[in-house]
Design a protein around this ligand. Sequence first.
Ligand code: ASP
Ligand code: MG
Length: 410
Amino acid sequence: MGSTERIRNVAKRVAKWARAGHQMVVVPSAMSGETNRLLGLAKELAPPKQTPDYERELDMLAATGEQASSALLAIALQSEGLQSVSYAGWQVPIRTDSAYTKARIESIDDARVRADLQAGKVVIVTGFQGADAAGNITTLGRGGSDTSAVAVAAAMKAQECLIYTDVDGVYTTDPRVVPEARRLQTVSFEEMLEMASMGSKVLQIRSVEFAGKYRVPLRVLSSFTPWDIDIDVEANSGTLITFEEDEHMEQAVVSGIAFNRDEAKISVLGVPDKPGIAYQILGAIAQANIDVDVIIQNLSKDGKTDFSFTVNRGDFTKAMDLLRSNVLPGLGAQDVVGDTKICKVSIVGIGMRSHVGIASKMFGVLSEEGINIQMISTSEIKTSVVIDEKYMELAVRALHKAFDLDRAAG
Ligand code: ASP
Ligand code: MG
């Protein structure tokens, strides 16, 4: 919602659904660019600090973006002739823990919202925010309105949660990298979870986790379609995230290719191969609150081994410094080296459960392109490789083609 004109369009769309007999709770996020603008103001006054005092105020500040868009939408709905009321998170209340800037929803009281729906109102609940037990305003992390919407849908036992966003659904891969990428009509919840955790930015990962936990049927669709398109067309557009495998109509073995440039690789070389090594290295990393993704340990030679793992690029320097100063000396390792010019490419599909040879086909495709694989990790429904960043687009395109993703499944 970038302007009052866009807000009026949203109101017209909501009015269309309301007039078709639907009870609705609408969860807006801030007007576009607003959250960045607000956080930028704080930065002008004081550099970001990870202290509770500073982060509490960031939440106080950022939450105003959603409060404004929610009130504006209620006004627009009223001017469309509907009854509408908006609530900030703390008014519902949406109860969260106290982890400012990345709070988790603990509970939602549905009484107030339910009473308004009964009274024929369209209820608007701010996205992205809640309040902790002491009444402090909290926010749910960037993109958190998705999670608010799913959580409200779960609390209200809604028929479906529609997420209107700036893409028209979930694609086989990013169309900016592969123009032949196709929109998926359905994708299983587990595949969506893998794609979200690997950097597909369509939905905040917590919203997908929430949808899975409470089995909220979730549809991702475009906020750019004209508000007056046929309601049945709109109701069937976008991508539906499903829970039953047999509902998963497109039976391709691989459903999508995800990629992620946000990681960096760290290798600790010449580590004595004895019990407790992984714990000494990764324990220190975990204690510094750094997430680790792919991990490999080489076969040992002469009692020594190399130990490699990936972290978020933003944590790379911190992790390297920590290893050099605190871990390496006590470990008896030779050296620690790092590489930020890597990327992770993954194939995802629940079909991988029942088909063999999918991972080896992936390795074959990469080998034909002359792309060296540095690390591999697998789960039941995905295979990921870490490769040189400069081959990312080539790898994604070749895999997309090899797994027939440019062709509609028959
Ligand atoms: N306004 C918040 C953000 O920009 C939440 C959201 O848009 O989902 O991150
Ligand atoms: Mg968003």
